[in-house]
Design a protein around this ligand. Structure first.
Ligand code: G3I
Length: 359
C-alpha cells in the first residue's frame, strides 16, 4: 500500500501512493472488511461518459440509481412502465460484478402527475401501490439485493410522520402494507426505510426509532435502515455509530445510503483536507457497527452532484472533483478501510469480515 524509498540523505521514508492509485484499492478493501462501498449513478453519463463509468468500475462495489428507479421515471403514465433506465443500471452492475441498491418505491418527491394529482381512495391507492411495487420488484428479483421501500416517512424537521399522499389516503399503516407487498414480490431482498436527519441524536432520530421498533415488534418484513447522511462540512454526526447500533440491536441491518459532505463556498484546500477526515470517520462509524453493510456516496463526481442545484453556495461534496480528479476524501475512505488512523479506529478483536444479523 505504501512504498519505502531511500532519499539522497540516506534516510528511509515511507511514501504514500497518490490518491489516484490509492482509490483503486477501495473495492478490495471494502470486500475484505465485509461491506459494500457504493455510489449513486445517473443513466446518461453511465451510457456516454467513459471516464464516469471508469470511476464507478474502479472504486465501488455497489450502485444505486440516483433517479431512474423512482416512480416518475419507472411508471410515467399509469400502467406504462419504462425499464430503459433501470435496466441500464442493473445490466451495468451485472457486467461489472457490482451489487445494486434499489431506490426508491414510496417517496413524496418525483411522483408522476397521474399519481400525485389522482383522485384516490384507500382501495384504489392500495391497489396501485401494490401493483407498482410488485411489478418493479419482480422484474429485478435476484438482481437488486436491497430496496429503499419507504423513503423519508418523517417530516423534514421531524418528529411527525410526513403528511404525504400515502399517509393522507392510507393512514400510517401504509408503511407496513407496502413492506408486505415488497416482501411478497421478492422474499430475498433486504427491505429498507431510508431517512435523513436521523444520524444524530434528537427528536427525529427518536421518532424513527419508535416507528421502526413498532414495525419490528409486529413482525413486519423490514430488514434495514438507511442513514442518508447528507452532511455539511464541520457538522458531520459524531454519534452515527450509536444511532446505527440502536437498529442493529433490534436485529436490523443498517447502511449509509446517500453520503455527501457539502462545503460552504469558497472551498479551500484546508476544507478539503478536513473533509478527508469526515469521509474517513463516516466509513469508520459503519465499520464499527456489526450489521452496517454498505456506505454509498451520493454521486460520482462534483460535476454530477445534486448539491449545487439544491444548496446554492455550497459545493464539493463528493470524493471526485468536477474535473473527475480524486479528492482527499477518497484517501480518507482508504484510511478507514485499511485502519489508518481516524477518530474511530476498528475495535480490538474486529474479525475483519462481518456478518449480517439474523433475519
Ligand atoms: O427529469 C427532468 C428532466 O426532464 C429535465 O430535462 C431536467 C432539466 O433540469 O431535469 C430533470 O429533473 C431533475 C431530476 O433530478 C432528474 O430525475 C431535476 O431537475 C432535479 O432537481 C432532480 O433532482 C434529484 C432529486 O433527488 C429530486 O428530488 C437529484 O438528482 C437526486 O440526487 C435527489 O436524490 C434524493 C434521494 O432520491 C432521496 N434523498 C434525498 C436526495 C437528495 O434530494
Amino acid at each position: 500500500m505504501c512504498a519505502v524509498v531511500l532519499t539522497v540523505t540516506g534516510v528511509l521514508v515511507a511514501v504514500l501512493p497518490e490518491p489516484e492509485q490509492e482509490g483503486h484499492l477501495l473495492p478490495g478493501l471494502a470486500r475484505a472488511r465485509g461491506i459494500d462501498l457504493g455510489v449513486a449513478v445517473a443513466v446518461d453519463p453511465l451510457a456516454h461518459d467513459r471516464r464516469y463509468r471508469g470511476i464507478v468500475e474502479d472504486h465501488y462495489t455497489s450502485v444505486t440509481a440516483e433517479n431512474t428507479m423512482k416512480w416518475e421515471h419507472v411508471q410515467p403514465e399509469r400502467g406504462e412502465f419504462d425499464w430503459s433506465g433501470p435496466d441500464a443500471v442493473v445490466d451495468f452492475a451485472a457486467e461489472n460484478g457490482l451489487n445494486v441498491r434499489g431506490h426508491t418505491m414510496l417517496w413524496h418527491n418525483q411522483q408522476p402527475d397521474w399519481l400525485a394529482g389522482g383522485d384516490w381512495d384507500a382501495e384504489s391507492l392500495s391497489a396501485v401501490v401494490h401493483e407498482h411495487v410488485t411489478t418493479v420488484m419482480e422484474r429485478y428479483r435476484g438482481r437488486v439485493s436491497a430496496w429503499d421501500v419507504i423513503n423519508e416517512p418523517l417530516e423534514d424537521g421531524g418528529p411527525d410522520m410526513r403528511r404525504n399522499l400515502w399517509y393522507e389516503v392510507l393512514g400510517p399503516d401504509y408503511i407496513a402494507q407496502t413492506l408486505y407487498s415488497a416482501h411478497a414480490a421478492d422474499p430475498d431482498a433486504e427491505l429498507y426505510i431510508n431517512e435523513f436527519g436521523i444520524e444524530t441524536a434528537g427528536p427525529k432520530a427518536d421518532a424513527l426509532y419508535a416507528l421502526v421498533s413498532d414495525l419490528v415488534e409486529r413482525g413486519v418484513p423490514l430488514h434495514g435502515i438507511g442513514f442518508q447522511s447528507h452532511f455539511v462540512h464541520g457538522n458531520v454526526s459524531e454519534d452515527l455509530a450509536d444511532q446505527m447500533r440502536r437498529y442493529t440491536d433490534l436485529g436490523l441491518e443498517v447502511a449509509v445510503t446517500e453520503l455527501d459532505v457539502r462545503i460552504p463556498e469558497p472551498v479551500t484546500d484546508e476544507d478539503l483536507r478536513e473533509q478527508r477526515g469526515e469521509y474517513r470517520d463516516v466509513l469508520a462509524a459503519c465499520l464499527e457497527v456489526e450489521g452496517c453493510v454498505n456506505v454509498t456516496v451520493w454521486g460520482v463526481t462534483d460535476a454530477h452532484s445534486w448539491i449545487p442545484e439544491w444548496f446554492p453556495g455550497t459545493d464539493a461534496a463528493l470524493p471526485f472533483d468536477t474535473a473527475y480528479r480524486p479528492k482527499p476524501a477518497l484517501s480518507g475512505m482508504v484510511d478507514a478501510l485499511s485502519r489508518r488512523g481516524g477518530r474511530r479506529p476498528a475495535p480490538a478483536g474486529d474479525p475483519g469480515r462481518r456478518t449480517r444479523p439474523a433475519r
